[in-house]
Ligand binder design. Structure first.
Ligand code: DC
Length: 228
């Protein structure tokens, strides 16, 4: 029997654009594996923070890397669990204080190099919907489909507030907006693998779309490109 060709869908964009919820849902619909690469950077940020090291200092972070063993595991419902040296840190890495830490460690070349192969390996083994900041530009430049998902900062901040509320860790809107703008700036202006639109990516702005509208828009783009 001929093996079906593996398909890779890259979804990049700023935080709060709805990437992870949409990517997970689409992966489920298509029967692909969902890879949340932000969670991998969060895991590194979490480790660096728990060691009391400065996430902004490349040398301190690099010294810690040999002590870090990161693994992705999937539960039956498709949820990606992050294992850090054998311990499940899936919940902990979602805490607001880890967001900035993840963004800071992600700016170091040593961290990006450390995680590159692990991400590519996932796409070599499975059809994937992979979301992040540099998937279409650096990690999977040959991806079959590249989508740049965005929305206005205000809309993204509102969505983030709602999400934090539902998690039981509410934060004031103004603070969330300020941190989101800061993180956008950091992610877009770092020297290595900054967040930018790949030349062959389709941009989808979800500011005016609800979840279902966004989902349909993405599925249409993917089906047109891969012809399935
Ligand atoms: O998607 P997220 O908010 O969970 O990502 C956390 C941080 O990790 C984000 O601020 C930037 C970084 N990141 C990255 O640099 N490259 C990726 N492919 C994914 C995330």
């Amino acid at each position: 029997m001929q093996q079906e060709k593996l398909v890779s869908v890259a979804i990049d964009g700023p935080s709060g654009a709805g990437k992870s919820t949409l990517a997970k849902s689409i992966a489920g619909e298509l029967g692909y594996v969902y890879v949340d690469t932000g969670a991998i950077y969060r895991t590194i940020g979490y480790f660096v923070r728990s060691r009391g090291a400065d996430p902004g200092d490349a040398e301190s972070v690099q010294r810690l890397l040999p002590e870090i063993h990161v693994k992705m595991m999937y539960s039956k419902d498709g949820l990606q669990h992050m294992l850090l040296n054998g311990a499940d840190v899936t919940e902990e890495i979602r805490k607001p204080e880890i967001s900035r830490c993840a963004s800071m460690v992600s700016a170091h070349t040593c961290v990006r190099d450390f995680l590159l192969e692990m991400q590519r390996e996932a796409a070599r083994r499975h059809s994937v919907v992979m979301d992040g900041r540099d998937i279409g530009t650096v990690v999977l430049p040959e991806a079959d489909v590249k989508i740049y998902l965005t929305a206005s900062p205000e809309i993204r901040a509102r969505r983030r507030c709602l999400e934090l509320e539902q998690r039981g860790t509410p934060q004031p809107y103004e603070q969330v907006l300020k941190e989101l703008r800061q993180r956008d700036w950091d992610d877009m202006h770092r020297e290595v693998a900054p967040l930018r639109v790949a030349p062959d990516a389709v941009t989808v702005d979800t500011s005016e779309l609800d979840f279902d509208g966004s989902r349909q828009a993405l599925l249409r783009i993917i089906r047109e490109k891969v012809g399935r």
